[in-house]
Design a protein around this ligand. Structure first.
Ligand code: MYA
Length: 509
């Protein structure tokens, strides 16, 4: 969950970077503190400077960027880096490596590790013979359960736990509200394993108190295929927080994966732990600006008025792309082929089977919307786009109880493969048209806001389509796999990197 930054810029302008001031125990995913009003800036301490230096040393591309800079410019550059680092930390205290009591013991890269000469590969040796056969010990009054999500009553329990205790923004104003239909979609992807739906119950009350899940995915990381779990929906009941239940949940799901001879995993979080392989920034496109303003999601810029803001985000009533229609089952093979080719250009991206494309993309009422463009002459599918629905409960508003958010999911277009000098320009133009139609459709379905991250080729339309910078980042992690940092589509100063684009082709729910 990310709110529009109070520093949101006019289209065409990039938002000023601001060091967040709040500290928080918010651990969630993509949720970000509402940006501060700029009165209080986080002081640049010697400790932060030192960490910056370590990060600087670990990122050879930063060194390339500074080659030949005069000392005063270098100072500016370093300050920009530091601000970026603070943004990366989403306003939270990034701890020193030694303070990560749990993560310091796990096969993940260290913050200050110099990976310049290290090849991609496992961080630790994997020995199936050494995998613990019995579950990890847990506090006496609790027990492990495997949630049977084919049973509606158990799905309801997972839903209720997440609904009351999952990711909130730092001000506890909004909380993700994944619907049961959404969870059915997200947790029962092709090949799902019941034992990767791990719960913790209180022995006495039988109440579900914690949950963590994995679904099998195939992810390509720079040419290397991983059949591994995508870990998600880690949640501990608010009354059980800070009791070190999380490390046990993570160790238990790791054990259950190892039992399947699986040794790597992919996951995302809004917090910084050792060590993100990439970080993408959230962007928000208001659809019902007034409502977003009333619930405190979007600010009223000082240069504007409510009326002007409403007009700014106005959208046409009808889509403009010729041949645009809802995706149907018969489109699955063509969409699969198109998406498969498109995702090859990214450093980290899923590799889908046809069955997975059908599962993830074929329209599911109130969960995922997918549209294709069919060429009227050849009847070939030339483009497609999709978005999913994720509501957030508004915790503190008398006027509105939910924000209906559409999240851009996967898309692809034949124009992405055009050769020639003007290829990027054509693709940018096409993408803008498609995304504008996606916005129009989202408006038709009464969404309040349309969200995306700086992944895929989103940087080609973010500004033109009037997306405003969010105040948080989504960090991507690989468990037990070392690879050099992947470009997350943002420059060191937090602005979008249209020139280089993004190396991220994986959209996580
Ligand atoms: C081979 C297969 C491998 C499979 C496994 C791959 C790894 C999967 C990793 C999981 C991917 C999840 C992806 C998602 O679902 S991200 C969504 C996370 N969920 C939420 O934010 C929901 C609301 N919050 C909560 O439910 C709790 O605050 C949580 C459960 C997050 C922490 O509960 P609590 O606040 O009561 O903490 P604790 O006392 O139990 O434990 C403290 C330790 O936990 C570390 N911590 C805190 N938050 C996270 C976090 N989001 N990812 C990883 N680690 C996290 C923390 O650094 C500390 O370790 P260290 O600093 O001492 O080292």
């Amino acid at each position: 969950m990310s709110c529009e930054s109070k520093q949101a810029a006019e289209p065409g302008q990039t938002p000023p970077v601001e060091a967040p001031t709040t500290t928080t125990d918010d651990n969630g995913k993509g949720k970000t503190p509402i940006a501060n009003d700029g009165k209080e800036k986080k002081p640049i301490t010697a400790e932060l400077q030192q960490r910056l230096k370590a990060l600087f040393d670990a990122n050879p591309s930063w060194k390339d960027e500074t080659k030949g800079l005069q000392p005063d410019k270098l100072q500016d550059y370093m300050t920009g880096k530091l601000e970026q680092m603070l943004i990366t930390a989403s306003g939270k205290n990034v701890k020193d490596m030694g303070q990560f009591k749990f993560w310091g013991t796990q096969p993940v890269p260290k913050f200050d590790e110099d990976d310049t000469d290290l090849p991609d590969g496992f961080i630790q040796d994997n020995d199936p013979g050494k995998v613990r056969q019995e579950p990890y010990p847990i506090l006496d009054s609790f027990e492990w359960v495997t949630m049977d999500l084919t049973d509606d009553a158990q799905m309801e329990e997972v839903y209720a736990l997440l609904c009351g205790h999952y990711v909130e923004d730092d001000n506890a104003t909004f909380r993700f509200n994944y619907s049961k239909a959404f969870l059915n979609w997200a947790l029962k992807a092709p090949g799902w394993l019941p034992q990767w739906h791990v719960g913790v119950r209180a022995k006495a009350s039988r109440k579900l108190c914690a949950f963590i899940s994995g679904i099998p995915v195939t992810v390509r990381v720079k040419g290397q295929l991983h059949r591994c779990p995508e870990i998600n929906f880690l949640c501990v009941h608010k009354k059980l927080r800070s009791k070190r239940l999380t490390p046990v949940l993570i160790k238990e799901i790791t054990r259950r994966c190892n039992l399947e001879d699986i040794w790597t995993a992919v996951y995302t979080a809004g917090i910084v732990i050792p060590k993100p392989v990439t970080s993408c920034r959230y962007f928000h496109r208001s659809i019902d600006w007034l409502k977003l303003y009333e619930v405190g999601f979007s600010p009223l810029p000082t240069y504007s008025t409510k009326q002007r803001q409403i007009e700014k985000y106005n959208l046409p009533d009808k889509t403009a792309t010729e041949g645009l229609r809802k995706m149907e089952k018969k489109d699955v093979p063509e969409v699969h082929n198109l998406l498969d080719r498109y995702l090859k250009k990214f450093d980290i991206a899923p590799v889908f089977t046809e069955e997975e494309v059908e599962h993830w993309l074929l329209d599911k009422e109130e969960v995922v919307w997918s549209y294709v463009v069919e060429d009227s002459n050849t009847h070939k599918i030339t483009d497609f786009f999709s978005f999913y629905s994720l509501e957030s409960s508004v915790i503190q508003s008398s006027k509105h109880s939910v924000i209906k958010a559409a999240y851009l999911f996967y898309y692809a277009s034949e124009t992405a493969f055009e050769p020639g000098e003007d290829a990027k320009k054509h693709f940018k133009h096409r993408l803008n048209k498609l995304i504008n139609d996606a916005l129009i459709i989202a408006k038709m379905f009464k969404f309040d806001v349309f969200n995306c991250l700086t992944l895929l080729d989103n940087n080609l339309f973010i500004e033109d389509q009037k997306f405003g910078a969010g105040d948080g980042l989504l960090h991507y992690y690989l468990f037990n796999w070392r690879t050099k940092h992947i470009n997350g589509g943002i420059k060191v100063d937090g602005k979008i990197d249209e020139e280089r684009g993004s190396g991220v082709g994986l959209v996580m729910l």
